[in-house]
Write a protein that binds this ligand. Sequence first.
Ligand SMILES: [Zn+2]
Length: 437
Amino acid sequence: MDEFRLQKTGSTGPQTELLQLGLTRAGHELKKDGVFGPLTRSAVVSFQRRAGLEPDGVAGPLTWAALRPYLTGYVRHTVRRGDTMYDLALRYGVRTSAIEIANPGVDPRAMQIGSELTIPLRFTVVPGDICFTSLVMALCAEGLCARYPFLRPAEAGHSVLGRPIFCLAAGTGGRQIFYNGTHHANEWITAPLTARFLEEYAAAYAEGTTVEGLDVREAWKRVTLFVAPLVDPDGADLVTGEIASGGTYTSASSIAAEYPDIPFPNGWKANISGTDLNLQYPAGWEEAREIKFAQGFRCPAPRDFVGTAPLSAPESRGIYTLTREHDFALTISYHTQGRVIYWKYGDREPDGARALAERFALLSGYSVEDVPYASGFAGYKDWFIDAYDRPGFTVEAGQGTPPLPLSSFPAMYAENRRIMAAGVAWAAGIEQDISDS
Ligand SMILES: [Zn+2]
């Protein structure tokens, strides 16, 4: 990956934050504030010394390369004479079981000298305390697949700028369900929300433990969970400041200039071309167009432009195609904000949907509501319910003005971990014993 930019004194933004994340995980005490000041510089210098690099305090390609394991959560280790799993576990500070999970097919008592092992490092891969950009998503997807090789990538297409829309599948069961996040750019906090759940779910499977009282090994046999955390990677890059100059930035800011009441880039919900990805699905698209045109959104805009036709945006098309190619019994689309669960499309009430919405509400403290008429068309949930007549939800997580601050992540995750576990339990047809979590 050559997307890492040089970081030095005075640098700011998501990549500075990412650098600070790596340094923190490597053992340096540091605030992840996205500003490269004297403390960040001295952490870089001591990291460089430890890594045998020239300690110049500037993070270029070699420093990024040395830091990479702390961003993906794993290292590759070439087996030497005398290595044992136990020694490796001690050296890297992880359990032998974690190494065994990451290396299926390797006999711990007969490791081949010269062969490569994946060693997971002792922290959670998905960060909940830095801006989530397309680069962070790519690093997380790589790290999760390395640490949990039983996760499978699923094809969900590409963004306008050609970034993959990552989707990972967990489980071997015949019942398929789908959780997605970040149809809206400035709601990117729903990416770590869903990705973190996937990570916890995979870890619980590997270790034979529970998540919110859900027996994950049992669920795994019955359900396959698909998770696409970042449906709008380009838009998230714009809102987080990863895209802050150049032609792409200029064209987005000239779209935004037509809408002076919408803050830029913080009010940006659309994809990078100015199409609202959650007004793109073929269920009431004409109604959505009429409503949004009347509100003044007739051409590319930071939000609420329905596009030139249903599925004209590659991101929505990718998610639509993924859905068509599978057989989802349940979908949850994550948005922010309001602590609300939407579960209907017009008057359509799929079997079981109301009861499940009420269960989610009970577990999370969120309320179950009907969608206001003006936002009731052409969303993913709307189309899913219309096309399949099965439970499809929009969950508006958290409270505040998007983009919600990362300080709200822990509470938001705790509430929605219960919803996500309950969705799996429902699909698996198994009881959850919440009291033991
Ligand atoms: Zn939204």
